[in-house]
Design a protein around this ligand. Structure first.
Ligand SMILES: [Cu+2]
Length: 464
């Protein structure tokens, strides 16, 4: 008898599953809100030049306290989870002197940053950096926005173990807010001794979804806000597979930015769906009196194969501090000037497919399973429409390296993105201009188990 994945999941994992080592793996781990550090640590700029940001960065094993009294051995940048927050202004040169002190080879990919191909940290352009070796990444940051970095070698394992950090690039017209903070979202699948659990073939097929939700590397941390203030959250989804459907009960959220920076005008919404790899820039006004607390939640989302039957999860607590309420800054009516891309001259169709079931899952794009692929070829400067056709029974977050895009269908949207959800059985069309950077670029599903099992391809962009 062949059980569907969802039936098998719910039958086997109602309360807890047994891991390979006989360890119990709880279905959901909830902890009380914990005070202490919330914000990520800013990287130290070692170069005195005002337009150069130079950072020393080391990947290494470290013990991380995910919740009070619970320590897990993680793979980290500089011993921290998340790794440091690199701060730059548009047009700056960012130089990262990287040392790999991990037990295996790695690279750094600068997710969403339009870097030269040689700096993109992928196998096509860079040999993995061996244990003990160093590499210097250097590039100019052309766009304002919230970006992040992570390995592009065995990313399903290396990102899950904690290798991610952020790069915040500010432009000249940032809105005035009371706070401006990065919130990196993640989930870990851990055993009852708080060690990281192994990945089984079911998780490889569905995408590894964790039982412990982290905001800035902590389970259920507290973000202090001043009542009346206008608070800016730069959300990053660094999870291997979890879709975060963010909501703050009783509050409207004002979205001011997507992957590639500010949008033309603020948008009021009740919730924000953030798929793996994506960023969202969100404003909220802190209502209520001193000491009042609200829980940011992730609402259930069905991305296929029974993922929708998980309960609402608590992400972090937003608590009013004891300061006197401040006057609420106004949200600007206009934020960024973005021109809609003109009509494309090249049309492509990419079909996402899965095969092998949950015993030996493999994934493909246009019938090819990475690394056995033939790169697509393109001409530098061309405008292209990409139709991403999802033939599978689950959603896939599609990410293109090197270039940003605008959505064309099912709904046109003038905003810059580099990662977009392709719902199960549906087609999404985006438009991109292949500008500035010739070379070989990757595109892939950002459910990292899918990417590492073949749902990746390459685009060779040649100067005409
Ligand atoms: Cu996928």
């Amino acid at each position: 008898m062949r059980l569907s994945v969802s039936v098998a999941l719910s039958a086997a994992c109602v309360a807890a599953c047994m891991g390979d080592m006989g360890m119990m793996i709880p279905d959901v781990i909830e902890v009380p809100p914990s005070p202490g550090r919330f914000d990520t640590a800013a990287a130290v700029d070692l170069d005195p030049a005002p337009t150069v940001v130079e950072v020393a960065l080391e990947a290494r094993v470290a013990s991380v306290e995910l919740a009070p009294g619970h320590v897990t051995s993680m793979w980290t940048y500089d011993g921290a989870l998340p790794g440091p927050r690199i701060e730059a202004n548009v047009g700056d040169t960012v130089r990262v002197r990287f040392t790999n002190s991990l037990p295996e080879a790695t690279t750094i990919h600068w997710h969403g940053v339009r870097v030269p191909a040689a700096m993109d940290g992928v196998a096509a352009t860079q040999a993995p950096i061996a244990p003990g070796a160093t590499f210097t990444y250097e590039f100019v940051v052309p766009d304002a926005g919230t970006f992040w970095f992570h390995p592009h070698v065995r990313s399903d394992v290396q990102v899950e173990r904690g290798l991610y950090g952020t790069l915040v690039v500010r432009g000249p017209d940032e809105p005035a807010t009371t706070t401006d903070r990065v919130v990196v979202l993640d989930d870990l699948l851990i055993a009852d001794d708080w060690s990281i659990a192994d990945t089984d073939t079911m998780q490889a097929m569905v995408g590894r979804q964790g039982n412990l939700i982290l905001a800035n590397g902590r389970a259920h941390p507290i973000a202090l806000v001043t009542p009346g203030g206008l608070h800016r959250y730069r959300f990053v989804n660094a999870a291997n597979a979890r879709y975060f459907r963010l909501a703050l009960p009783g509050h409207r959220l004002t979205v001011i930015g997507t992957d590639g920076g500010l949008v033309p005008a603020p948008r009021e919404v009740d919730e924000v769906l953030l798929v793996p790899g994506q960023r969202a820039d969100v404003l909220v006004v802190a209502t209520g009196a001193a000491g009042e607390a609200l829980e940011w939640q992730s609402l259930p989302y069905d991305r296929g194969h029974g993922t929708g039957d998980k309960p609402t999860a608590t992400v972090f607590q937003q608590r009013n501090d004891d300061a006197a309420p401040v006057a609420t800054p106004a949200v600007p009516a206009t934020l960024a000037t973005i021109a809609a891309l003109p009509a494309a001259t090249v049309q492509r169709e990419l079909r996402l497919a899965e095969s092998g079931g949950h015993h030996a899952p493999t994934f493909s794009i246009n019938g090819e399973t990475f690394p056995a692929i033939t790169p697509l070829t393109a001409r530098l400067g061309d405008l292209e429409d990409w139709s991403i056709v999802n033939t599978t029974g689950m959603d896939h977050p599609f990410h293109l390296h090197g270039f940003r895009f605008q959505l064309i269908a099912p709904a046109a949207d003038v905003a810059w993105r580099d990662t977009i959800n392709i719902p199960a059985g549906q087609t999404v069309v985006f438009r991109t201009r292949l500008e500035d950077h010739p070379g070989r670029w990757m595109f892939h599903c950002h459910i990292l188990e899918h990417a590492e099992r073949g749902m990746m391809g390459e685009l060779e962009v040649a100067a005409p």
